[in-house]
Design a protein around this ligand. Sequence first.
Ligand code: HEM
Length: 213
Amino acid sequence: MGSGVEPSTGRGAGWEPERPVHRIPALATTHIHARLRAATRALHARVEACGPFGRLASGDFARADYRAALEVLLAVARPLERCPALAAGRVERLVADLRALGAEPEAVAPAALQPPAGEAEVLGARYVLEGSALGASVLLRRLGERLGLAPGAPGCSYLGAVAAGAEQRWPAFLRHLAERVDAGVDAERTVAAAVGLFEVLVGCARTAQAVGR
Ligand code: HEM
């Protein structure tokens, strides 16, 4: 690709995980997936560089950084899970993990985000949520190494659940996404919803950074 983006991953040509991090089956990139990836790639890079996520991504982090990252995810999950199509127990698991880590999840205010209104918006949000599972296995391994937390253990139920089955869920979701867009779901609105959600996530991560989390 002229943009220097590696087709199989959507990452810049120079991007290398510090070690092999996932085994997502190779999949022909659909048009809508390529559009979503192109529209959100820079935002993903911003999330990975920002506040608690930045420290988690660097591998050099403490328990408080992990807790702050879960708080950001909870702030975003609260409004999303008001949409029945997206309710998947994320809030429950995040709350349980935060309690197990000694935090106060009740004090986490919901992000300023409208629950997705239609199928296009739901698909855009699902792209971000399902895609986040691809990084979850990386984070899980680091949590084990740094904090001795095993997937599913108290404090680690959210990431454990997100990572479980991600290799099957991701290609299945991408197929569903392509089928629905082929069937007439508005691709522009889908992309706008994914971008909007990533922007909210970046905003929350920046706020966490600003307050020293
Ligand atoms: C420290 C934090 C994070 C790390 C280390 C990380 C890492 C990764 C990795 C390794 C991939 C797979 C890329 C590939 O297959 O080439 C990925 C994909 C993805 N991540 Fe993250 N991630 C992080 C945080 C997040 C968050 C918080 C979200 C959103 C809630 C997110 C959303 C996505 C999405 C949507 C994709 C799919 C991109 C595509 O279409 O291929 N990530 N991430």
